[in-house]
Design a binder for this molecule. Structure first.
Ligand SMILES: Cc1cc2nc3c(=O)[nH]c(=O)nc-3n(C[C@H](O)[C@H](O)[C@H](O)COP(=O)(O)O)c2cc1C
Length: 411
């Protein structure tokens, strides 16, 4: 049924059959694999980051580790991958082959360099090969090869503006995306630097520098390579809130096209990312964990959502949530309280424990009946009980009273 709905988008002058793109990562590193992804229905792919030939890439294995509750092992995926093992010679050939085999798909390439001639040389070769879009990795958590090796390029405002300018100068009319990191003091300044440099858009964002954990028997970090470990880049659902904030801040403050990336795992995440201002969404961990067939759920879910809500195109939701995003002091002040749906409650007592020690002692516990009882006078409506209830038996209800009369410092 979803096939009847047009979910195409136009992104930086490129027509995409849907807003779902494979990001620069393992699924776009091998020709055969990326071709299968495109055949499966992904609208485009950004080939894994490449660099100048003969630039040694010291890949180390194992490179993955995961973080999350047992039920869903890959809530967060950590990797210590670097750039592609394939250098520009190979990537140039792949762009040609893929463009010929998939003329209607977006074939992008990701690059990383150090000197001006590296960046511009990479761009010229990819442009000649017919690439649709160039993405510049300014945010590899393992650091860049630029002026401050080991640091992310996008952590320097000056370098961001300068290198974006070099790339755009060589790219001409080929769109350029700069892939940034949220690991900065002010993301808006970085986005402004990208714009001043003349790049066409921002990929917001990338993996987040992390430490995936320590084995408490051996004290070895994860992933452990003969007992030694290093910092990882974290991706997957665990980072979605960081991505949402990054996109929202950029979209609210800088007039620049955004490709959303980081933590998208479902069509619902896509709607959120686009509603905050992104024009399309890139995926890596989802297809890595569950395969390319996940595109079917994304397409179907988005198509049904758009039809249900009466939107003609995914482009109609871009930025829709931004007017509702305010600074804290601009927020309204409703007075809410917790309300229990007795028929749903399973009597686990988690809300009672949480409110007793982490809330306002507004929930009493009937041990015989195994039921919480909410004290409306003590409840301030913080919603902590709602977060811990495993069966969604608690909701917040707005009170009609003026909340300010209840708010006494030191109460
Ligand atoms: C194993 C692995 C390798 C990656 N390699 C690259 C890369 O070469 N260049 C790049 O720009 N991003 C790279 N990424 C980052 C992804 O493109 C993407 O930005 C990140 O995983 C966040 O998206 P996700 O939460 O959908 O996975 C890599 C990610 C993973 C997991």
């Amino acid at each position: 049924m979803y096939k009847k709905k047009d979910i195409s988008v136009d992104f930086l002058g490129i027509h995409l059959e849907n807003p779902f793109i494979l990001s620069a990562a393992p699924p776009t590193d091998e020709l055969e694999i990326v071709a299968d992804g495109l055949k499966a229905g992904w609208a485009g792919a950004i080939l894994k980051t490449t660099s100048v030939e003969n630039n040694p890439v010291g890949l180390k294995y194992p490179m993955m580790s995961s973080f999350g509750p047992q039920a869903r092992k890959v809530t967060g995926l950590g990797n210590i991958d670097l750039i592609s093992q394939y250098h520009i010679d190979d990537i140039e050939k792949r762009v040609r082959i893929l463009k010929e085999a998939f003329p209607d798909k977006m074939i992008g390439a990701s690059i990383m360099g150090s000197k001006k001639e590296d960046w511009q040389g990479l761009v010229r070769r990819l442009k000649k090969a017919g690439v649709d879009l160039i993405e510049c990795s300014f945010s590899c958590p393992q650091g860049s090869m630029g002026e401050a090796p080991g640091r992310m390029l996008a952590q320097s405002i000056e370098a961001t503006e300068k290198v974006a300018g070099w790339v755009k100068e060589a790219a001409g009319d080929t769109p350029v995306l700069i892939k940034i990191t949220p690991q900065v003091t002010d993301i808006v300044e970085v986005a402004q630097a990208v714009k001043r440099g003349g790049a066409d858009g921002i990929t917001a964002s990338n993996t987040i520098p992390s430490l995936m954990g320590i084995d408490i028997d051996t004290f070895q970090p994860y992933p452990s390579l003969r007992g030694k470990g290093t910092y990882s880049g974290l991706s997957g659902p665990a980072i979605l809130p960081l991505t949402l904030r990054t996109i929202a801040e950029v979209a609210s403050n800088v007039d620049i096209t955004i490709s959303g990336n980081g933590g998208a795992y479902s069509w619902r995440d896509v709607v959120q990312i686009m509603a905050l201002g992104a024009g399309n969404v890139q995926f890596c961990t989802l297809p890595m964990a569950y395969g390319f067939r996940t595109i079917e759920d994304l397409k179907s879910g988005l198509a049904h959502y758009l039809s249900d809500k009466g939107f003609a195109s995914p482009m109609d939701i871009i930025g829709k949530a931004l007017p509702n995003l305010k600074q804290h002091d601009e927020l309204p002040s409703p007075y809410t309280r917790a309300e229990l749906a007795d028929e749903k409650c399973i009597g686990c007592g988690l809300c009672f424990n949480s409110c007793r020690d982490g809330g306002h002692r507004a929930i009493d516990w009937d041990g015989d009946g195994r039921r919480p009882r909410i004290d409306e006078e003590r409840c301030v409506g913080c919603a902590m009980c709602m977060q811990v209830c495993p069966v969604d038996a608690i909701r917040m209800k707005e009170r009609e009273d003026d909340w300010t009369s209840y708010f006494v410092i030191g109460r």
